[in-house]
Write a protein that binds this ligand. Structure first.
Ligand SMILES: Cc1cc2nc3c(=O)[nH]c(=O)nc-3n(C[C@H](O)[C@H](O)[C@H](O)COP(=O)(O)OP(=O)(O)OC[C@H]3O[C@@H](n4cnc5c(N)ncnc54)[C@H](O)[C@@H]3O)c2cc1C
Length: 285
């Protein structure tokens, strides 16, 4: 049974996949689960992805995009089982199967668990820092202790122009926040704020998803290029056929603020743009 957080985790997983494993079960169809499943399928393994939610990635991407992602699994040859959780693992020294909450048992040579990311902040308790699923910061990465800043996965920042907070687990957030945090640390107060839009990418089954901005409930998906897949063809629990090419780009309402490729230039603004780009080469239908 594997998790994937470090280089050593990746090396261990690769060694096992190369040692003749035939059946992989991936728990969780988030970005890590989907990318692992994609790699396993590319290596020729029989892959099943188990996702407790009715569709993968709905909180992050919305339902339309989630259907596209479900379709990528199907087109890549992986079986996506949604709406069922994992009740336990079967086996002794080695895992041999995954027991689902609906009673099914999936035989497995390799199991990868891609769920449960959370910031490790226990060691900061009692330090005077405000902790709330991360280290609470103002818009400039400055914590409750003015001489302490936090950046990257652990930092939960006030979101500019809203009463909300945000903690983004993206490389670009960690990279760009360092600059803002250092300026505020040197100034001794918040003179700069972090206002870059979140940006991430994910490579799955030969397609690349790029996402910049915030998805808000009620956003309307507008197809800019390509075709919207039909709901029936993107049913998540089959290896459905006839799935049309996923759209290559779509966006929510609001003023355009550039494409994902120019992410450093993206800046938050009230009612700003939400943009997703999905590019091929896409798996053949
Ligand atoms: C498998 C995987 C795939 C990913 N793919 C993408 C992707 O495609 N695109 C993307 O944008 N993001 C991706 N991410 C997320 C991205 O890796 C993180 O957002 C990014 O690494 C966060 O950087 P960070 O510096 O905040 O934290 P980390 O990179 O986790 O670095 C934190 C470091 O601090 C060390 N540390 C922790 N606690 C302590 C302590 N108490 N004392 C001293 N050291 C400590 C840790 O050992 C670690 O080395 C992925 C993550 C994973 C796990």
């Amino acid at each position: 049974m594997h998790t994937l957080r470090t280089l050593d985790d990746a090396l261990r997983l690769r060694a096992e996949l190369r040692a003749g494993a035939a059946r992989a079960v991936v728990v969780g169809a988030g970005f890590i689960g989907a990318e692992v499943a994609s790699s396993c399928a590319t290596l020729g393994l029989d892959v099943t992805v188990v996702e407790a939610a009715p569709l993968p990635l709905v909180p992050q991407l919305g339902e339309e995009m989630a259907r596209v992602c479900a379709g990528l699994h199907a087109r890549g040859g992986a079986t996506l089982l949604c709406g069922t959780g994992v009740a336990g693992l079967r086996g002794g020294g080695r895992v041999t199967g995954v027991e689902l909450t609906d009673g099914r048992v999936l035989p497995a040579d390799v199991v990868v668990v891609g769920v449960g990311v959370r910031p490790v902040t226990g060691w900061l308790e009692g330090s005077g820092l405000a902790l709330d699923d991360g280290v609470r910061c103002d818009e400039g990465c400055v914590t409750a202790l003015p001489n302490v800043v936090a950046v990257g996965d652990v930092a939960r920042l006030d979101r500019p122009g809203t009463a909300r907070t945000v903690r983004a687990e993206h490389w670009t957030s960690g990279m760009l926040q360092g600059d803002v945090a250092a300026r505020n640390l040197l100034a001794g107060s918040t003179v700069a704020r972090f206002d870059a839009l979140p940006y991430f990418w994910s490579d799955q089954y030969g397609a690349r998803i790029q996402y910049a901005g915030w998805r808000e409930p009620g956003d309307t998906v507008r197809i800019l290029e390509g075709t919207r897949p039909t709901a029936a063809a993107s049913s998540p629990s089959t290896n459905g056929t006839g799935f049309p090419p996923p759209p290559s780009a779509w966006t929510g309402p609001g003023p355009s603020c550039g494409c994902a490729a120019s992410w450093p230039a993206l800046r938050s603004r009230p009612g700003g743009d939400r943009r997703v780009r999905l590019t091929g080469p896409l798996p053949a239908a």
